[in-house]
Design a protein around this ligand. Sequence first.
Ligand code: NAD
Ligand code: UD1
Length: 348
Amino acid sequence: MGKSVLVTGGAGYIGSHTVLQLLLGGYETVVVDNLDNASEIAVSRVKQLAGDFGRNLNFHQFDLRDKPALEKLFSETKFDAVIHFAGLKAVGESVAKPLLYYDNNLTGTIVLLEVMGAHGCKNLVFSSSATVYGWPKKVPCTEDFPLQAVNPYGRTKLFIEEICRDIHRADPEWKIVLLRYFNPVGAHPSGEIGEDPRGIPNNLMPFVQQVAVGRRPALTVYGTDYSTKDGTGVRDYIHVIDLADGHIAALRKLDDPKIGCDFFNLGTGKGTSVFEMVAAFEKASGKKIPIVTAGRRPGDAEIVYASTEKAERELNWKAKYGIDEMCRDQWNWASKNPYGYVAPDSTN
Ligand code: NAD
Ligand code: UD1
């Protein structure tokens, strides 16, 4: 029997792709998700895509803050490790509703860690974010850069990182890998699973995708006066399949007896501007993306991209895909599922 992994938030965008890679890698996989920002259809499609391995997937719909439900699950199943994706992630919403974010992300994590500890499961992979670097003074961002949170969402990531460092200090049996994702985009090449944001997308590529399928008239480009190659913001976009594979590498790292609580960037190490990304998507989709230019989005950094050396060296992981493949797979998903997992009449 393969190792057993609990995936919180496993019905979501990154979670669903990671669950598929876990199943294909022979892991027994249990998903807990409250479906606040996801659809159960994603879980059933993952099961299908996994073929025979799909029988190793179990899904439970409940909120992580429901401690009795989590206790029950841990008393029924012995988990070798937990990958913890569950959380709210919209920066603007976190500024408007900080308590919602602190309660969901922090309380959810604390309950999870308590139950894990009580059941002797002390192996964790956590979804952190490049947001913990705030507005980096230089690039590429290395893992030893000073940490800085610039909004409540970012503070939840930073606090959880600190909580993880503290519990490891208090009890060295804990083994924890904190993964700092850069900008995940793209979808599984089958076009069966992908990102399906609710409401108006905040992030660039989901918005571009909705323009391409005719759901929105034009992309607003925030800021054309940055000191970058073409004046638009530069980011490190990473294919979601590469990111998912990074979690398998992190799980393997937990077998290293020397690991304590460690942290790694997951990015490609390459910076791409908004205009370059739009051009790549237009090429992949054959669709023209109308553009409206506007001022800078408050709180935005100019240039952010990762140093990938530590992950390459210590996780033995490196991103394989470039922006052409990211856009190709994102378009394949979008053209097959223009309204995501739900019917058009039930969306905004
Ligand atoms: P997502 O919203 O698609 O997935 C998160 C999942 O968690 C959803 O399915 C949601 O229903 C579930 N969830 C939220 N709160 C829960 C709770 N209290 N109990 C149970 N389930 C709950 O987001 P994603 O893009 O897949 O992101 C996954 C993780 O990665 C998040 O923690 C996010 O902050 C982090 N992250 C994402 C990005 C990104 O750009 N997508 C970048 C850096 C970090
Ligand atoms: C956002 C989040 C960050 C999170 C990251 C990855 C903010 C302030 N930050 O950052 O916390 O870790 O996503 O999910 O929301 N852009 C446009 N038009 C749009 C949308 C975006 O021009 O409609 C530009 C942005 O100005 C930026 C680039 O596209 O230059 C990428 O934006 P986005 O996808 O939101 O990612 P981040 O800014 O990196």
